[in-house]
Design a protein around this ligand. Structure first.
Ligand code: ATP
Length: 308
């Protein structure tokens, strides 16, 4: 397993005395798509800012593809493409000029063929001679991505790539991000849209109050997402769950009036049918049944809440 980014013991205390990051450890594998989730003010932008050399860390180290971000700044920075939320400069430049300039900033030799590929992939080729100020909001977003890809980075950071964009552009962005990943580029994105993480990420990290509270494979999160609960309201309270039902790992409420069965959606129906059969066999009658499902959103909110 090769890590393209290694963050260890990273902390940031701003001059105001506010500690925005607390002892962050994070390993990102080459070629993965990692989604960093967190509520407003959690520290996402600070973390990305440090990795990209915009913010100085207070303690800790960051190694980008073998290069320390402080002692080997130039090499580390050239491995990274950053797509910020907003385009702040270059309004009167053409698309082509701004993208060429971005490449030059990283000391890369001009490569018009590469820039043409990037602009074509982003449906910007026809607009190459247009001034940025004349482009729509969606096109400007595409320019930000083109700039970030101009110097052929190994790692692409996207900060809230789809915040405030329409559905069509969001779909286009998702497609583009997936295809980048296929070319071996490591993609790290921050997002408020859990759906986005769910759709695209290999792994998900949750940051809250400057701490990483969870890093997990998306499939594992989906397993949690797929968990359902069946709650049976009993006609007669029980003192204990009968031995014959032990395999279902039922939970009996403190007053003995409810049984809760937690199961994976993938194996659902058969389990429920046999549970209901075995309950009848055991002479247990119930007056009501409720089901509920935990969503990724709920998991996220509860994680963020726990750490509060
Ligand atoms: N220059 C600064 N001086 C003092 N505090 C700062 C500075 N920059 C950020 N902070 C604080 O650090 C915390 C983390 O901010 P950061 O921008 O990293 O969060 P975020 O997770 O990116 O939030 P959002 O999703 O709202 O962009 C916030 O409480 C913010 O107010």
């Amino acid at each position: 397993m090769s890590n393209v980014l290694s963050v260890s013991g990273l902390s940031k205390t701003y001059d105001s005395g506010f500690q925005a990051l607390k002892n962050i450890d994070l390993e990102i594998e080459k070629g993965e798509l990692f989604a960093l989730l967190g509520p407003n003010g959690a520290g996402k932008t600070t973390l990305i800012g440090i990795i990209c050399g915009i913010v100085n860390p207070t303690t800790g180290t960051v190694i980008v593809d073998g290069h320390d971000i402080i002692s080997d700044y130039r090499a580390a920075r050239s491995k990274i493409g950053l797509v910020p939320q907003e385009l702040s400069t270059d309004a009167f430049e053409t698309v082509w000029a701004t993208v060429s300039f971005s490449r030059g900033l990283f000391g890369k030799k001009p490569d018009p063929a590469h820039l043409e590929r990037v602009l074509r992939d982003l449906s910007l080729w026809e607009k190459r001679n247009s001034k940025i100020i004349t482009l729509s909001g969606g096109m400007k977003r595409r320019v930000l991505i083109a700039k970030a890809l101009s110097h052929e980075p190994e790692i692409l950071f996207l900060d809230e790539p789809t915040a405030g964009v329409d559905v069509e552009l969001r779909r286009d962005m998702w497609r583009l991000i997936s295809s980048l990943r296929e070319t071996g580029v490591t993609v790290i994105l921050t997002t408020h849209y859990i759906e986005e993480a769910e759709e695209m990420a290999d792994r998900v990290g949750v940051i809250n109050h400057g701490e990483i509270v969870l890093v997990e494979e998306k499939k594992e999160l989906m397993r949690k997402l797929g968990r359902k609960q069946l709650r049976l309201c009993l006609q007669h309270p029980l003192d204990a769950v009968p031995e014959s039902l032990a395999s279902y790992e039922l939970e009996l409420s403190a007053d003995g009036s409810y049984l809760t069965y937690t199961y994976e959606t993938a194996q659902n129906r058969k389990g429920i049918t046999s549970l209901l059969h075995d309950l009848t066999e055991a002479g247990i009658r119930f007056s009501d049944i409720e089901t509920r499902e935990s969503t990724l959103e709920e998991i996220f909110v509860s994680l963020v809440h726990e750490a509060a």
